[in-house]
Design a binder for this molecule. Structure first.
Ligand SMILES: Nc1ncnc2c1ncn2[C@@H]1O[C@H](COP(=O)(O)OP(=O)(O)OP(=O)(O)O)[C@@H](O)[C@H]1O
Length: 333
């Protein structure tokens, strides 16, 4: 994808990021299979923007998210946070990294410790990452609850006493407690009812403005990604196949896979489609195809598509598509 390293406002960047699982030898000397979860990802996140990452189940979104916040390490490639290598940051001072980048999980209730009062859940990062105690800590707890529109008495409840939406507000408050620059949100509203989804998305938008945050917003739901993102990266089978400003990508997609996603279930005024609707016959992650992973399903595929993996330079300025035969940017056909 575009080399954004010269752009000074890039805060988070990945280069040729690969993550495999398995491999190596079994006890009896056989070969363990290798699963290719992320197969070479280049993305750049700019300060203050929301980068939406959309992809179907199993395309590697969560694996990417976990690497972006330092919960998992790449097999190959690297991640930089305002120019510093993520591996160095992890090795040097994990707390310092946690003060800069935080993670919000998909399943709000199970991501909270069921045996801890919300007060304790939120006090942890305030104590260990921000060094607060006593009255300062209590004051900050109240501020955090206020920021996510939860009543202060909820501090003395347990996670099971919360609805999904309330629990996700706590998850967001826990991330905010660290006062991070960047929050990686991995399917933050997928587990919530549609009416509650809108409230949480509005809250996230308000918080972004109020605290000058940068978001990486990961979802399988195109309409959600379209609603929240400044730029969008479309993932397919461990790679980013298209990346552009939200409007450009939704109005004039260049990659046939993006086109398929957009066409699959049009609903007037709203894209009712989730990427699952358009996914079928995915390649085997144990044996990735040599060329473009989408080629077997692509109406535009030619011999070159099955011979080698297309790089991302076949797009327009600020609009990349990893495709040898992209759609016409004028007619998008
Ligand atoms: N710890 C692991 N061990 C083995 N394979 C894994 C592991 N984690 C992920 N994978 C595999 O890597 C691929 C990508 O998984 P990942 O969870 O990142 O995808 P995803 O897009 O987040 O999907 P979902 O939305 O269903 O969580 C899948 O084939 C998955 O089975």
């Amino acid at each position: 994808m575009s080399d954004a390293s010269h752009v000074s406002d890039v805060v988070l960047q990945t280069r040729d990021l690969v993550r495999t699982f398995g491999g190596g030898r079994t006890l009896f000397g056989g070969q363990k299979p290798t699963v290719y979860a992320v197969r070479g990802i280049d993305v750049a996140v700019r300060k203050g923007e929301t980068l939406g990452i959309v992809g179907e189940s199993g395309c590697g979104k969560s694996t990417l998210a976990r690497m972006l916040v330092g919960l998992d390490r790449p097999t190959e490639g690297n991640i930089t946070l305002t120019g510093s290598d993520m591996n160095d940051l992890i090795a040097h001072d994990r707390h310092a990294l946690s003060r800069r980048i935080q993670y919000v999980f998909q399943d709000p209730i199970s991501s909270l410790n069921p045996r801890k009062l919300i007060r304790e859940t939120l006090a942890g990062p305030l104590r260990y990452l921000r060094g607060l105690s006593g009255e300062d800590l209590n004051k900050r707890l109240a501020e955090l609850m206020d920021a996510v529109n939860l009543r202060p008495e909820f501090l003395d409840r347990y996670p099971h006493e919360f609805s999904g939406g309330q629990a996700q507000r706590v998850g967001i408050a826990r991330a905010l407690a660290a006062e991070p620059e960047i929050i990686v949100l991995d399917e933050p509203v997928s587990a919530l009812d549609v009416s509650v989804q809108a409230q949480v998305l509005n809250l996230l938008a308000d918080l972004k403005k109020k605290f000058g945050l940068t978001y990486v917003f990961i979802s399988h739901d195109l309409s959600v990604v379209e609603a929240v993102s400044d730029r969008v990266a479309v993932m397919y089978f461990g790679r980013v196949v298209e990346q552009a400003k939200g409007r450009a990508l939704f109005d004039k997609p260049l990659h046939p896979y993006t086109r398929l996603l957009l066409d699959s279930a049009p609903v007037p005024g709203k894209r009712g489609l989730t990427v699952e609707d358009a996914s079928a016959e995915l390649p085997d992650p144990l044996a990735p195809p040599p060329g473009c992973a989408f080629a077997p399903r692509c109406p535009r595929a030619q011999d070159d598509c099955v011979a080698k993996v297309p790089d991302a330079q076949y797009g327009l300025e600020n609009h990349d598509a990893a495709c040898f035969h992209p759609l016409n940017p004028v007619t998008s056909a």
